[in-house]
Design a protein around this ligand. Structure first.
Ligand code: SF4
Ligand code: SF4
Length: 512
């Protein structure tokens, strides 16, 4: 039995009954002071807020001790929290995340990994329209299918802005190509008034100078642009349209020129594996972020399963990116020691492989450090202490997806079918889906992950010591194991034996 498993048993029997009751006292609406949940954290972090006598007593006797014990147990530095919540431009998103976490504990109890009362991030596949024909498109975009109208989109945004009465912290528009819809800028401006962090994932080919300005004016906080090769030959082959590379590069430069936080995103597969260092270095030279996208055989990518990396190849990619971010981390640490602060921006090299946490943990251990990069995006100092609470794969837990027609799925990389569509934003109650859908609860509990015996060795995410910081990509498990979300992620080096046996079966089927 792993330590996190023992902690989960302890939480459910001893801690949760008390904690859930205590948070219930905090999470009430005072007629004078409003809701005390966020306000009490503001006071704890040093803001000067006047409370009525009753709220003051609740703060002193309940909230303050909870925060003091919580920050000590999780080894989270109060100055780190002050920086993120009070000084960061996205402080509002952090406060919403905190309130959703507390409400999640109140509703479902504290667990490793934890489930907030609503997702922190939603990726909205905004349209099926697209001007490219990428071989790996998870959405199989380019088909004509019903989508929400502009008015319906605004209704969904209104719902998102009130999720669990707190509101969604972060929203990302993806597709298809979101810029292919004429109402996109209008919708972004509407979203930005309701959600503190709004981003876009795009192929970049439609980001002219003018459109880059419009994205900035509409309030987009972050642009992620897909580039699948360091050369036109590689990128255009994968993206299916000649000339795409040049236009994508222009799009990247236009975003940099107007000062939007920009990221180059690459799906690394067999045909561009040899270029991974070049693409990462290009991002480095341009001063933008880099996001490695895992190859997941879903949508059109299912027809090109031969492009998927072996576990050894994937490990190589994660080490290339991991070494980059660890170098930045060490530079920042050195500057902080010398000058008391650092201007080095560490959070620049990421992967959507949840085993990036496991790989960066090992790479930094070799350098005598405890740094690790968690849950797709987190690379903040102090976050490594709560890595198991964040828990790697966030599908249906920290994050979920919306389809162009408003259907809700656990993650964009799940195929769209009766089993994976959890409900619809306009036809169903999101809170009801989030609280009760059985598929979501299968995704949230790590103790259920499968183990397998291969050549006398027990493998599978269920047997892995890192399952609470990683959990494996559940969409890859679903795709390779015919819809079993508790199966192994066979892209991981720790499941190498399983990969070899599954690939033998797939190859044998292909030749019969
Ligand atoms: S075996 Fe599964 S849980 Fe463990 S590191 Fe690999 S993918 Fe993650
Ligand atoms: S299933 Fe999990 S790890 Fe895989 S892409 Fe979705 S959120 Fe990421």
């Amino acid at each position: 039995m792993q330590i996190d498993e023992i902690e989960n048993a302890f939480f459910s029997t001893i801690v949760n009954p008390v904690l859930r009751r205590a948070i219930g006292f905090l999470d009430y609406n005072c007629p004078k002071d409003g809701n005390l949940l966020i306000k009490s954290l503001r006071i704890f972090l040093g803001q000067d807020i006047v409370l009525c006598d009753r709220c003051k007593a609740i703060y002193e006797n309940l909230a303050k001790p909870i925060y003091e014990i919580g920050t000590k147990l999780l080894r989270v530095d109060r100055s780190f929290m002050q920086q993120q919540f009070l000084e960061d431009q996205y402080g509002e998103a952090w406060f919403r995340g905190f309130a959703l976490m507390m409400r999640g504990i109140r509703k479902y109890g504290i667990r490793i990994p934890f489930t907030p009362a609503a997702p922190f991030l939603i990726v909205w596949n905004y349209t099926y329209k697209c001007n490219l024909r990428c071989k790996h498109c998870y959405e199989d975009a380019g088909r004509k299918k019903p989508e929400l109208s502009t008015d319906e989109v605004k209704q969904v945004l209104d719902i998102l802005s009130k999720l669990s009465t707190v509101g969604l912290p972060a929203l990302s528009f993806s597709g298809g190509e979101p810029l292919a819809r004429e109402d996109f800028f209008e919708v972004v401006a509407y979203a930005k008034k309701r959600i503190p962090y709004v981003s876009i994932a795009t192929n970049g080919t439609l980001i002219t100078k003018d459109n880059a300005e419009r994205l900035k004016d509409a309030g987009i906080d972050y642009v992620e642009i897909s580039l699948d090769g360091a050369s036109a030959a590689t990128h255009d082959w994968f993206r299916g349209i000649p000339g795409a590379f040049e236009r994508t590069m222009e799009g990247i430069k236009n975003c940099i020129d107007v000062g939007i936080d920009t990221c180059i995103a690459s799906v690394i597969q067999k045909e561009n594996l040899a270029e991974v260092e070049k693409i990462v270095n290009l991002a480095d030279e341009l001063g933008v972020r880099f996001m490695h996208f895992n190859y997941i055989p879903t949508g059109r990518a299912k027809a090109h399963i031969e492009l998927d990396l072996t576990p050894k190849e994937r490990l190589h990619v994660l080490q290339v990116i991991g070494n980059k971010i660890i170098d930045l981390y060490l530079k920042a640490k050195e500057e902080e020691l010398k000058f008391g602060k650092s201007s080095v921006k560490v959070d620049r090299f990421f992967s959507t492989c949840p085993q990036y946490a496991s790989v960066t943990k090992e790479l930094s251990r070799q350098k005598g450090e405890t740094f690790m990069v968690e849950a797709h995006y987190a690379a903040k100092k102090g976050v490594e202490n709560v890595a198991n609470f964040l828990g790697g794969c966030g599908a249906g837990r920290l994050y979920c997806a919306i389809e162009p027609n408003g259907d809700v799925k656990p993650c964009v990389f799940f195929p769209t079918n009766e089993e994976t569509v959890l409900g619809n934003m306009l036809k169903d109650d999101f809170e009801e889906i989030w609280d009760n859908h059985p598929l979501l609860w299968r995704l949230r509990v790590r103790e259920n992950l499968m183990t397998y015996e291969v050549n006398g060795k027990i493998v599978g995410c269920g047997a892995c010591p890192d399952k609470y910081i990683c959990g494996g990509c559940r969409a890859r498990a679903y795709s390779y194991f015919n819809g079993d979300v508790t199966a192994a992620d066979i892209g991981c080096i720790k499941n190498d034996e399983l990969w070899s046996s599954i690939i033998k079966i797939i190859n044998a089927k292909a030749y019969t």
